[in-house]
Design a protein around this ligand. Structure first.
Ligand code: NAI
Length: 697
């Protein structure tokens, strides 16, 4: 049963019981209506309480039913809520822990609501590109007032029940209950058992002194903040009808808007990302109940760009960190950077002074490996040089206690080779953080050939603890993200050879929605990084052709923002990218040497070549089992590479364009003599799906 029924004296108690969050799936909806009918038919029952078992009242729609006919099968949520409203005996919602989406809409359909303090209350539909679809836009403004309700619906963010109960004039909660919620709810139900007529939220008026002016203000601000996302403005429109239309008309508007949004590519992309995020944690041969190793103390080797940022993640999570360096100056510099980062947060009011001090107190530094020997895990972030890694891992193997996890933050080196430097390859794993490591959400967890399952499970759990999106990657050059970006960068280079300027490419890609185009990105990250990698990579893979413009740029000493010049010029102390005549001249000269006549290249071609390069390589990565699923590739790009969220990631975008069309475009690109025809051969997985009219998802 997904909802249980019992009586407590004259009160019937319907308890939603559909773990983990009492999602309102079909079976649960049936059980609620059955319980209600039974209660109404029982003359000994005077009132009804609805609550949730375990750790939620209800988290709303059951995401396992997304897209299936069950999601909307009768009784749908609207029908259940109508039945509650029509009940001839009082129905009291007993709200606790989590009350979100459909769960809140269900509670709003009850005659009364009592809540435990600390319940997270939200209408988060906007986060998946929707508006609330079961009366939330009509009922919440009636109980919370226009402004509070609109803020909650447009942001989707949870608010604690006891805070909501303090809002002036609120009618959301009739009572906040410390202590036994169910007992208090039953007692309350008996108090109101004889009240008639029963109060209905639909009969309330939306309170506001000047709704029109406020709504206009809301349209302006929300519109400006949510470019590319249709749902937030639709939230405003739907809530607006609660002030201008009769209740049932407002409900009709909400319903129609909800259905129209559901069909938009933005909503599909956001729902895809929502499901994809949850899927990343599932590893077929490592079940969720795999035991994990305790990680209470962490060590980091290297206090450079990455080491410091990595350490901050763990300090933030309350885990003590010891950083090891070769020289005291390097340690001092690393610690100073960590301090500076925290102090900036304190200044902005994002971090309290005492929290900052607590975090710094968890940090220690050392020059001696001996001080690391009781750490449960060590993350290496030294120079990207296999010989240096070898020396570090051999030393770690000698000093670390048995069972300690030895992780490398390498971005391009072979994790299996690194593991083989130790006598415990089963304890070695890759943890590929992205820069700045204290900010970026993505963590690629690189599973070596011999990595033990419990090591993988431990690192995935730890990644969650430090609030990262963890995506498992197999071992290959560049793992998932950087292996794909190599093909994207090669296309960007070819485009320069064929007639584009860096600014033209960046603009097209940024218009598509990337946070930054490839050349601005290179200038930010440092063009020397790629130069160094290319020197190694293209010696190993001499058949892979690429535009030499990036090497020529580095030979000019133009490493990017850090040298004041890269693909663009930079005014001292400024980050604005100014197109550089010197660079354009270098590109033109190189083009002439290649014997290429410049041609006019459309924004569409620029975007397609860059994005479909990601798609083709992504398909190979999925096929080879480097990524566990296409949606993992999307998560890597959404959380680590600034791919536009409303497009759902490269693989989801390819699905939207249609894989047949993607393959046709690739065939066209293969005809271009300056491009790499071999690369544009569609990956077998892509070709197969396209031929069968299927999608990656
Ligand atoms: P970095 O040059 O800023 O820092 C490396 C630090 O390691 C230096 O402070 C150096 O003194 C220290 N170090 C070198 N050899 C050592 C040894 N034997 N023992 C102790 N300390 C030693 O380099 P960065 O950028 O922090 O990179 C570190 C690692 O992270 C590399 O493997 C790199 O590929 C990887 N990575 C870098 C990213 C980036 O954007 N910078 C992104 C993701 C990974």
């Amino acid at each position: 049963m997904t909802a249980t029924y019992q009586t407590r004296g004259a009160v019937a108690v319907i308890t939603l019981d559909n773990p983990p969050v009492n999602g309102l799936g079909y079976d649960t909806r049936v059980a609620i209506t059955a319980g209600l009918e039974r209660a109404l038919a029982d003359a000994a029952v005077r009132a009804v309480v609805i609550t949730g078992a375990g750790k939620a009242f209800s988290g709303g729609a059951d995401i396992r039913e997304f897209g299936s006919p069950k999601a909307t099968a009768e009784p749908n949520l609207l029908s259940v809520i109508l039945a509650l409203e029509a009940a001839t005996k009082p129905v009291v919602a007993a709200v606790h822990t989590v009350c979100m989406g459909g769960g809140l809409e269900l509670a709003l359909g009850c005659h009364y609501r009592v809540a435990a303090p600390g319940a997270q209350v939200a209408l988060p539909e906007v986060k998946i590109g929707l508006i609330p679809g079961a009366g939330g836009t009509q009922r919440l403004p009636r109980v919370l007032g226009l402004e509070n309700a609109l803020n909650m619906i447009v942001s989707g963010e949870p608010v604690a029940s006891e805070l909501l109960a303090k809002a002036p004039g609120q009618k959301l909660f009739d009572r906040i209950v410390e202590g036994d919620l169910l007992e208090a709810a039953c007692a309350f139900a008996l108090e109101v058992a004889d009240t008639r007529p029963l109060p209905l939220v639909r009969h309330l008026r939306v309170e506001h002194p000047n709704p029109e002016a406020y709504l206009q203000f809301a349209r302006n601000t929300v519109g400006a903040m949510s470019r590319n996302f249709p749902a937030p403005l639709k939230c405003v429109e739907a809530v607006a009808t609660s002030t201008t239309m009769k209740f049932d008309e407002g409900m009709k508007f909400e319903r129609e808007t909800f259905i129209n949004l559901m069909l938009t590519p933005e909503c599909k992309a956001l729902r895809h990302a929502f499901v994809a995020e949850r899927a990343t944690t599932k590893i077929p041969d490592v079940p969720a109940d795999t035991p994990v190793r305790a990680v209470q103390k962490l060590a980091v080797i290297g206090a450079g760009t990455m080491g410091g940022g990595i350490a901050m993640n763990f300090l933030n999570a309350g885990i003590p960190v010891t950083i090891l360096e070769m020289k005291q100056e390097a340690l001092d510099k690393g610690v100073a950077t960590i301090r500076k980062n925290y102090e900036a947060q304190v200044k902005k009011g994002k971090l309290k002074q005492d929290k900052y001090e607590q975090r710094m107190a968890l940090l220690s530094t050392t020059l001696r490996y001996d001080d690391l020997k009781d750490a449960d895990m060590v993350i290496e972030a030294v120079f990207e040089d296999l010989a240096v890694k070898e020396q570090v891992f051999k030393t770690l193997d000698e000093v670390m206690k048995p069972g300690a996890i030895l992780a490398s933050n390498t971005s391009t080196l072979d994790v299996n080779k690194i593991a083989a430097f130790t006598k415990r390859p089963q304890d070695v794993i890759g943890t590929h953080f992205f820069s700045p490591a204290n900010v970026m959400k993505l963590l690629e967890v690189v599973r070596g050939e011999k990595t033990a399952k419990d090591v993988l499970a431990t690192v995935m759990a730890l990644g969650k603890k430090i609030k990262k999106t963890c995506v498992v990657s197999g071992v290959c050059d560049g793992f998932i993200g950087n292996r794909m970006i190599e093909q994207y960068s090669r296309q960007a280079g070819f485009l320069l050879d064929e007639g584009c300027t860096p600014a033209q490419v960046d603009k097209a890609v940024e218009k598509f929605g990337f946070a930054m185009g490839p050349f601005r990105m290179g200038d930010l990250a440092g063009n020397d990084v790629g130069w160094y990698i290319r020197k190694r990579r293209y010696v190993e893979k001499p058949h892979l052709r690429y535009s030499k413009t990036a090497d020529l740029l580095c030979e000019m000493g133009r490493f990017g923002q850090k040298t004041g010049a890269g693909w663009y010029d930079y005014a001292p102390g400024k980050r604005d990218a100014i197109p550089s005549p010197v660079v354009v001249e270098m590109i033109e000269k190189h083009r002439a040497e290649l014997g290429l006549a410049p041609r006019k290249i459309s924004d569409e071609e620029i975007v397609q070549r860059l994005v479909f390069a990601l798609v083709n390589e992504g398909a190979r990565i999925v096929e080879e089992g480097i990524a566990l699923r296409a949606s993992d590739v999307d998560m890597v790009y959404l959380t680590g590479y600034g791919f536009p969220l409303w497009r759902g990631g490269p693989m989801c975008y390819a699905d939207t364009v249609g894989l047949f069309n993607v393959v046709q475009a690739m065939k066209r690109f293969a005809q271009n003599p300056n491009d790499d025809a071999k690369f544009w051969e569609p990956a077998p997985l892509l070709a197969k799906l396209a031929a069968e009219g299927r999608t990656f998802s």
